[in-house]
Write a protein that binds this ligand. Structure first.
Ligand SMILES: Cc1ncc(COP(=O)(O)O)c(C=O)c1O
Length: 392
């Protein structure tokens, strides 16, 4: 058995890293959703071996083994019986969102999301010229802890005859919910009743903390499956987002053909190293995944406890999945948006700019990093926050 050391600090500055090279070297980057851990050893090994061949011609992609591994995976995890034909491989998951948005037939067809949400959901609508309706999740505070729920009444009220596509994020970025089966059933019932296509981004499905369990919405019933495009990727699960690989799982033949028609018109294809890394990850990465989940859960608990103890006016989620913490500073009296404030006064980069979605005062913090880095970032946030409180 390989024991992975997630405490190791790996120097990523100067490697062309979006996370580490976007800001000054004294800034701790806790914004973009990649983790600061080495990927599973089998992935690194498989890439080495493929590179060693030294010839990078066109391969017969994807190999049968990748289909076999994924078909077995979905059967084992969710009792979901899928076929080879149901898969369409993509250069990344966001591409799947864009393709789906472009499947809508006219610019009057409306799209819908629960906000706040990972911003490419919104740009998929903007880039394809479709109006987007944002239905805010309902925030429920219990002391300093907050939780978000789908506001089904608001959702129903926002649906119009032009609403054609609901983009679901489950597990949810940024609020960390892993939606329960009854919530998905209710959502699916509304979509089916109103003839709304569901596109479900399930990229965070493998990073879920007990006792929560992920349910792919498409597994609820054959009717829901027939109206759902599910998007997956190894990027978050195995920390390989830079390899660029995703796939759409679309069991309904008509829907799949519509998706393919748009996708094939884009002239993109998936590279061999992406497939090599993705296959090794899904086939041999479980040991790493088991260990990273334990480490992430401890990081989550450490961060939540730290914030509750040191920043009493701040509301925080306890993510059920993902390595993303959502923080609400609206009661904290900061003089400006928290991501700007903390970048300047704490040298910590958080994911901000949630104001256009109606969530000013909120930020997202990525805790997928060595504990020492997380602790240092939290200390800096706390110090800057305390200085403001003392000056009031
Ligand atoms: C919900 C969600 N979807 C998609 C992505 C990006 O996936 P990819 O890099 O495969 O496009 C992210 C990355 O943060 C994400 O959180």
């Amino acid at each position: 058995m390989t024991t992975y050391n997630f405490d190791e600090m790996i120097e990523r500055r100067g490697s062309g890293s979006y996370k580490w090279d976007s800001y000054d070297p004294d800034v701790i980057p806790m914004f973009v959703a990649d983790m600061d851990f080495r990927s599973p050893e089998p992935v690194i090994q498989a890439l080495h071996e493929r590179v060693e061949l030294g010839v990078f011609g066109y391969d017969m992609l994807p190999p049968q083994e990748l289909f076999d591994v994924l078909i077995e995976r979905y059967q084992r995890l969710y009792g979901w019986q899928v076929e080879k034909e149901d898969f369409i491989f993509l250069p990344n998951l966001v591409n799947g969102l864009y393709v789906t948005a472009q499947m809508l037939s006219s610019t009057t067809d409306r799209m819908m999301v629960n906000s706040p949400v990972y911003w490419p959901f919104l740009s998929s609508a903007a880039k394809s010229d479709h109006p987007m309706d944002m239905v805010p999740l309902r925030q429920v505070n219990e002391g300093a802890i907050m939780r978000y729920e789908i506001d089904f009444d608001a959702l129903e009220a926002a649906i119009t005859p032009q609403t054609k596509l609901f983009l679901l994020c489950n597990p949810h970025n940024p609020v960390g919910r892993v939606f329960e089966k009854w919530e998905l059933e209710k959502l699916a019932e509304i979509c089916l009743r109103n003839d709304i296509l569901i596109c479900s981004d399930e990229i965070h499905c493998d990073l879920v903390y007990p006792p929560h369990q992920h349910t792919p919405i498409a597994t609820l019933s054959p009717e829901v499956e027939a109206q759902t495009i599910t998007l997956f990727a190894p990027s978050k699960t195995f920390n390989v987002p830079g390899l660029g690989l995703g796939f759409a799982l679309i069991p309904d033949e008509n829907l799949r053909e519509r998706f393919k028609q748009v996708y094939e018109g884009m002239g993109v294809h998936v590279g061999i190293l992406s497939i090599t890394g993705g296959l090794a990850a899904y086939r041999d990465g479980q040991e790493w995944l088991d260990q990273v989940q334990v480490y992430l859960k401890d990081n989550r608990d450490f961060a939540v406890d730290y914030i509750r103890e040191h920043m009493p006016d701040v509301h925080v989620t306890i993510p059920e999945g993902t390595y993303l913490l959502w923080l609400d500073f609206r009661d904290a009296g900061l003089p400006e948006e928290p991501y700007k404030f903390f970048l300047e006064h704490a040298q910590v980069a958080l994911s901000g700019n949630w104001e256009p979605q109606g969530f000013e005062g909120c930020v997202r913090l990525n805790f997928g990093c060595p504990r020492s880095q997380l602790e240092k970032a939290l200390q800096r946030l706390c110090e800057a926050y305390s200085n403001v409180r003392e000056s009031v």
